[in-house]
Design a protein around this ligand. Structure first.
Ligand code: SAM
Length: 222
Protein backbone atom coordinates (compact mmCIF):
# COMPACT_ATOMS: atom_id res chain seq x y z
CA UNK A 1 0.00 0.00 0.00
CA UNK A 2 1.34 3.46 -0.88
CA UNK A 3 1.78 5.62 2.22
CA UNK A 4 1.47 9.41 2.17
CA UNK A 5 3.24 11.71 4.67
CA UNK A 6 1.06 14.50 6.09
CA UNK A 7 1.45 16.85 9.08
CA UNK A 8 -0.88 15.66 11.89
CA UNK A 9 -3.70 18.14 11.34
CA UNK A 10 -3.92 17.32 7.61
CA UNK A 11 -3.66 13.62 8.37
CA UNK A 12 -6.76 13.77 10.57
CA UNK A 13 -8.55 15.84 7.92
CA UNK A 14 -8.04 12.94 5.49
CA UNK A 15 -8.56 10.17 8.06
CA UNK A 16 -11.72 11.57 9.70
CA UNK A 17 -14.21 9.78 7.41
CA UNK A 18 -12.74 6.32 8.10
CA UNK A 19 -11.18 6.80 11.58
CA UNK A 20 -14.05 4.90 13.22
CA UNK A 21 -13.55 1.77 11.10
CA UNK A 22 -12.82 -0.95 13.67
CA UNK A 23 -9.35 -2.01 12.55
CA UNK A 24 -6.96 -0.51 15.09
CA UNK A 25 -6.06 -2.97 17.89
CA UNK A 26 -4.42 -0.27 20.06
CA UNK A 27 -7.69 1.69 20.09
CA UNK A 28 -9.57 -1.48 21.09
CA UNK A 29 -7.08 -2.44 23.84
CA UNK A 30 -6.98 1.12 25.19
CA UNK A 31 -10.78 1.29 25.29
CA UNK A 32 -10.94 -1.85 27.44
CA UNK A 33 -8.38 -0.51 29.93
CA UNK A 34 -10.04 2.88 30.11
CA UNK A 35 -13.45 1.30 30.78
CA UNK A 36 -11.90 -0.31 33.86
CA UNK A 37 -10.46 2.89 35.33
CA UNK A 38 -12.84 5.69 34.33
CA UNK A 39 -15.16 5.21 37.34
CA UNK A 40 -18.55 6.82 37.93
CA UNK A 41 -18.96 9.93 35.76
CA UNK A 42 -22.70 10.52 36.33
CA UNK A 43 -23.29 14.29 36.58
CA UNK A 44 -19.56 15.06 36.24
CA UNK A 45 -18.12 17.74 33.94
CA UNK A 46 -15.65 15.97 31.66
CA UNK A 47 -13.19 17.48 29.17
CA UNK A 48 -12.05 15.12 26.40
CA UNK A 49 -8.88 16.70 25.00
CA UNK A 50 -7.98 15.51 21.50
CA UNK A 51 -11.47 13.97 21.38
CA UNK A 52 -11.32 13.05 17.68
CA UNK A 53 -14.61 11.57 16.50
CA UNK A 54 -15.92 11.35 20.06
CA UNK A 55 -15.17 7.69 20.80
CA UNK A 56 -14.82 8.32 24.54
CA UNK A 57 -16.92 11.50 24.71
CA UNK A 58 -19.98 9.55 23.57
CA UNK A 59 -19.51 6.71 26.07
CA UNK A 60 -19.01 9.26 28.85
CA UNK A 61 -22.14 11.20 27.84
CA UNK A 62 -24.14 7.95 27.76
CA UNK A 63 -22.88 7.30 31.31
CA UNK A 64 -24.37 10.64 32.41
CA UNK A 65 -21.39 13.01 32.11
CA UNK A 66 -21.59 16.55 30.71
CA UNK A 67 -18.86 16.33 28.11
CA UNK A 68 -16.84 18.92 26.21
CA UNK A 69 -14.62 17.59 23.43
CA UNK A 70 -11.72 19.67 22.10
CA UNK A 71 -9.70 18.84 18.98
CA UNK A 72 -7.71 20.80 16.38
CA UNK A 73 -9.28 18.96 13.44
CA UNK A 74 -12.58 20.40 12.18
CA UNK A 75 -13.12 17.22 10.17
CA UNK A 76 -12.76 14.91 13.22
CA UNK A 77 -15.07 17.25 15.19
CA UNK A 78 -17.67 17.16 12.40
CA UNK A 79 -17.78 13.35 12.53
CA UNK A 80 -17.92 13.58 16.34
CA UNK A 81 -20.95 15.89 16.19
CA UNK A 82 -22.76 13.43 13.93
CA UNK A 83 -21.82 10.46 16.13
CA UNK A 84 -22.99 12.26 19.27
CA UNK A 85 -26.31 13.54 17.90
CA UNK A 86 -28.85 13.75 20.72
CA UNK A 87 -26.24 13.44 23.48
CA UNK A 88 -24.91 16.09 25.87
CA UNK A 89 -21.54 16.67 24.17
CA UNK A 90 -20.15 20.04 23.06
CA UNK A 91 -17.38 19.94 20.45
CA UNK A 92 -14.91 22.83 20.21
CA UNK A 93 -11.90 23.45 17.97
CA UNK A 94 -8.76 24.02 20.03
CA UNK A 95 -5.08 23.20 20.46
CA UNK A 96 -3.85 20.96 23.28
CA UNK A 97 -1.44 23.65 24.46
CA UNK A 98 -3.93 26.56 24.33
CA UNK A 99 -7.44 25.32 25.07
CA UNK A 100 -10.05 28.08 24.58
CA UNK A 101 -11.92 27.29 27.83
CA UNK A 102 -11.88 28.63 31.39
CA UNK A 103 -14.23 26.46 33.45
CA UNK A 104 -12.66 23.74 35.58
CA UNK A 105 -13.68 20.12 34.95
CA UNK A 106 -14.07 17.19 37.36
CA UNK A 107 -12.24 14.92 34.92
CA UNK A 108 -9.91 15.67 32.02
CA UNK A 109 -9.22 12.85 29.59
CA UNK A 110 -6.48 12.89 26.95
CA UNK A 111 -6.59 9.66 25.00
CA UNK A 112 -4.03 8.56 22.38
CA UNK A 113 -2.95 12.12 21.54
CA UNK A 114 0.34 13.00 23.21
CA UNK A 115 2.65 11.15 20.83
CA UNK A 116 1.65 13.86 18.33
CA UNK A 117 3.32 16.64 20.35
CA UNK A 118 7.08 17.15 20.75
CA UNK A 119 6.78 18.36 24.37
CA UNK A 120 4.32 17.18 27.05
CA UNK A 121 4.48 20.34 29.13
CA UNK A 122 2.14 22.78 27.29
CA UNK A 123 -0.63 20.15 27.13
CA UNK A 124 -0.01 19.00 30.72
CA UNK A 125 -0.21 22.58 32.05
CA UNK A 126 -3.51 23.05 30.22
CA UNK A 127 -4.87 19.80 31.66
CA UNK A 128 -3.89 20.94 35.16
CA UNK A 129 -5.37 24.43 34.66
CA UNK A 130 -8.66 22.94 33.45
CA UNK A 131 -9.02 20.39 36.28
CA UNK A 132 -10.76 21.50 39.47
CA UNK A 133 -8.80 21.09 42.71
CA UNK A 134 -9.43 17.50 43.82
CA UNK A 135 -10.29 16.47 40.24
CA UNK A 136 -8.77 13.76 38.04
CA UNK A 137 -6.81 13.56 34.81
CA UNK A 138 -6.51 10.39 32.74
CA UNK A 139 -3.96 10.13 29.95
CA UNK A 140 -3.47 7.19 27.63
CA UNK A 141 -1.00 6.73 24.82
CA UNK A 142 1.17 4.39 22.85
CA UNK A 143 4.16 3.26 24.92
CA UNK A 144 6.58 5.34 22.88
CA UNK A 145 9.52 4.89 25.30
CA UNK A 146 9.54 1.19 24.42
CA UNK A 147 8.56 1.30 20.74
CA UNK A 148 10.53 4.34 19.51
CA UNK A 149 14.32 4.29 19.36
CA UNK A 150 14.60 7.97 18.43
CA UNK A 151 13.00 11.04 19.98
CA UNK A 152 11.12 11.71 16.75
CA UNK A 153 10.01 9.27 14.11
CA UNK A 154 7.70 9.02 11.14
CA UNK A 155 4.88 6.73 12.23
CA UNK A 156 2.01 5.01 10.43
CA UNK A 157 -1.45 6.25 11.43
CA UNK A 158 -4.18 4.49 9.46
CA UNK A 159 -2.92 4.57 5.89
CA UNK A 160 -0.91 7.78 6.42
CA UNK A 161 2.47 8.73 7.86
CA UNK A 162 3.11 11.60 10.24
CA UNK A 163 5.62 12.78 12.85
CA UNK A 164 5.42 11.10 16.24
CA UNK A 165 7.40 11.82 19.38
CA UNK A 166 8.85 9.63 22.10
CA UNK A 167 7.98 10.48 25.72
CA UNK A 168 9.71 8.53 28.47
CA UNK A 169 8.26 7.92 31.92
CA UNK A 170 10.81 10.45 33.20
CA UNK A 171 9.41 13.02 30.72
CA UNK A 172 5.87 12.29 31.98
CA UNK A 173 6.87 12.57 35.63
CA UNK A 174 8.70 15.87 34.98
CA UNK A 175 5.61 17.25 33.20
CA UNK A 176 3.33 16.13 36.08
CA UNK A 177 5.57 17.81 38.66
CA UNK A 178 5.89 21.02 36.64
CA UNK A 179 2.08 21.11 36.35
CA UNK A 180 1.48 20.47 40.08
CA UNK A 181 -0.38 17.18 39.64
CA UNK A 182 0.34 13.73 41.06
CA UNK A 183 0.56 10.38 39.35
CA UNK A 184 -1.65 7.95 41.31
CA UNK A 185 -1.59 4.85 39.10
CA UNK A 186 0.13 3.69 35.93
CA UNK A 187 -1.55 0.82 34.06
CA UNK A 188 0.15 -0.92 31.14
CA UNK A 189 -2.02 -1.70 28.11
CA UNK A 190 -1.61 -5.15 26.52
CA UNK A 191 -3.37 -6.90 23.67
CA UNK A 192 -5.75 -9.50 25.14
CA UNK A 193 -6.56 -12.98 23.80
CA UNK A 194 -9.39 -11.71 21.58
CA UNK A 195 -7.06 -9.20 19.87
CA UNK A 196 -4.08 -11.56 19.68
CA UNK A 197 -6.23 -14.26 18.03
CA UNK A 198 -6.71 -12.02 15.00
CA UNK A 199 -3.07 -11.89 13.82
CA UNK A 200 -0.33 -14.40 14.39
CA UNK A 201 2.43 -11.83 15.02
CA UNK A 202 0.35 -10.10 17.74
CA UNK A 203 0.91 -12.98 20.18
CA UNK A 204 3.93 -11.47 21.95
CA UNK A 205 1.95 -8.28 22.66
CA UNK A 206 0.16 -10.22 25.39
CA UNK A 207 3.47 -9.96 27.23
CA UNK A 208 4.93 -6.63 26.08
CA UNK A 209 2.78 -3.60 26.80
CA UNK A 210 1.68 -1.51 23.82
CA UNK A 211 0.46 1.51 25.78
CA UNK A 212 0.16 3.33 29.08
CA UNK A 213 -2.80 4.68 31.04
CA UNK A 214 -1.92 7.32 33.65
CA UNK A 215 -4.36 8.15 36.46
CA UNK A 216 -3.47 11.55 37.88
CA UNK A 217 -4.90 13.67 40.67
CA UNK A 218 -4.91 17.42 41.12
CA UNK A 219 -4.45 18.24 44.81
CA UNK A 220 -7.46 19.77 46.57
CA UNK A 221 -6.97 23.46 47.39
CA UNK A 222 -5.40 23.88 50.84
C1 SAM B 1 -5.41 9.05 17.61
S1 SAM B 1 -6.62 10.32 17.62
C2 SAM B 1 -7.43 10.00 19.18
C3 SAM B 1 -8.84 10.53 19.19
C4 SAM B 1 -9.62 10.13 20.44
N1 SAM B 1 -9.03 10.68 21.65
C5 SAM B 1 -9.70 8.62 20.54
O1 SAM B 1 -9.03 8.06 21.43
O2 SAM B 1 -10.39 8.02 19.72
C6 SAM B 1 -5.70 11.79 18.01
C7 SAM B 1 -6.55 13.06 17.98
O3 SAM B 1 -5.77 14.13 18.53
C8 SAM B 1 -5.99 15.29 17.76
N2 SAM B 1 -4.80 16.13 17.94
C9 SAM B 1 -3.51 15.83 17.63
N3 SAM B 1 -2.70 16.84 17.95
C10 SAM B 1 -3.48 17.82 18.49
C11 SAM B 1 -3.21 19.12 19.01
N4 SAM B 1 -1.99 19.63 19.04
N5 SAM B 1 -4.26 19.85 19.48
C12 SAM B 1 -5.53 19.34 19.45
N6 SAM B 1 -5.83 18.12 18.96
C13 SAM B 1 -4.83 17.35 18.49
C14 SAM B 1 -6.19 14.80 16.35
O4 SAM B 1 -6.89 15.70 15.54
C15 SAM B 1 -6.97 13.50 16.59
O5 SAM B 1 -8.35 13.71 16.56
Amino acid sequence: MEMTYLPARQLYREWAATYDDPTNPLIEAEGKVLAGIIGDVEGKRVLDLGCGTGRHAILLARAGALVTGVDFSDEMLAVGRENAAGLDVTFINGELGAVPLQEPFDLVLCSLVLSHVPSLLPAMKEMSRLTRPGGRIIITDLRTDHWFRKTKKIRKFGSYLTDAYKHTLVDYQAAFEASSVNLEQLTKIYFDDAIVARRRWFFYLKYIAVGYAFEISKPAAS
